[in-house]
Design a protein around this ligand. Structure first.
Ligand code: MBD
Ligand code: FE
Length: 282
């Protein structure tokens, strides 16, 4: 398994690029459709060049920057932060889904995380426990609200330093990653950590890009999820926390009002929240 040498943009970028490349992407796009997309893409670019009278210096900076993004392995990062949300929105609208809303996958999903029982604690180190615990529970259902016993909830999120296992060095391979198998009623109860607001890696070309327009690299605290069941549309999504910093100003434009958690303190003094997932038919 690929790990990085240091928790820099270069390290995590190269890890993300290596993982992405391990399964070569394909699409059944027709020549006609490719021609239409290519034509519109070049037209949009031409429009920008003319509108802003882009200079040769700016053109050369763009060329250099694109070379840098590739060399730092940051195309998965840049594309997922700045473009994936539009793809996800089109995907949702085209298929007329009515179940739980999706959100972007982002660059740090890893399939086949170890299986965990419906009531479980996420794999974590002693040092991760400086973050406050969070009990995240609920039910996976069909659109009629019937529990789906065969469903799985894949959960992955950053540690207290904002690092994802397998994309930063020195973290156990499956730390804060798991595939939770729901019980016979579709229920799960996961003890994990409440993540903190998150800065995307910004010491490389994606960070330079953000600085160039005076932006910020922050995402609100988030949990990543992929909920699947036989015969159902799998939903890739993220959940955020009510009132959290950056919820209304996410660099990745990936929040939605339906995806906000509002945990309450339970009788043990622990933050607890219920969120149910409704899956559309395939
Ligand atoms: C992340 O953790 C993330 O969720 C996204 C979308 C981009 C970079 C890092
Ligand atoms: Fe993330």
């Amino acid at each position: 398994m690929t790990t990085t040498e240091n928790p820099t943009a270069h390290g995590s970028g190269n890890a993300a690029t290596d993982k992405f490349k391990s399964e070569r992407a394909t699409s059944d796009t027709s020549v006609e459709r490719a021609a239409a997309i290519y034509k519109d893409m070049l037209e949009a670019l031409a429009g920008i060049v003319h509108k802003h009278e882009v200079t040769y210096d700016e053109y050369r900076v763009l060329k250099q920057w694109m070379i840098d993004v590739g060399e730092y392995g940051e195309w998965p990062l840049w594309l997922d932060v700045f473009l994936e949300h539009e793809i996800e929105e089109v995907h949702y609208n085209r298929k007329h889904f009515t179940g739980t809303k999706g959100s972007i996958e982002g660059p740090y999903y890893v399939p086949n995380a170890p299986k965990l029982p419906s009531k479980c604690t996420m794999p974590m180190r002693e040092k991760d426990k400086v973050a406050p615990p969070l009990i995240f529970k609920g039910k996976v259902t069909d659109l009629e609200g019937n529990g789906i016993p065969g469903a799985t909830v894949e959960l992955w999120h950053a540690d207290e330093d904002g690092f994802y296992s397998q994309f930063a060095p020195g973290i156990p391979e499956w730390n804060l990653r798991g595939t939770i198998e729901v019980d016979e009623d579709g229920n799960y109860e996961i003890t994990t950590l409440k993540p903190a607001p998150y800065q995307i890696p910004n010491d490389g070309p994606t960070g330079w890009f953000i600085k160039s327009y005076g932006g910020h690299p922050w995402r609100p605290a988030h949990l990543h999820l992929l909920v699947s069941a036989p015969g159902k549309r799998a939903v890739t999504t993220q959940l955020y926390f009510k009132g959290g910093e950056w919820v209304d100003d996410d660099v990745a434009t990936a929040t939605k009002p339906e995806l906000i958690l509002d945990p309450e303190t339970n009788s043990d003094g622990i933050a607890e929240v219920t969120y149910n997932f409704a899956l559309d038919p395939e």
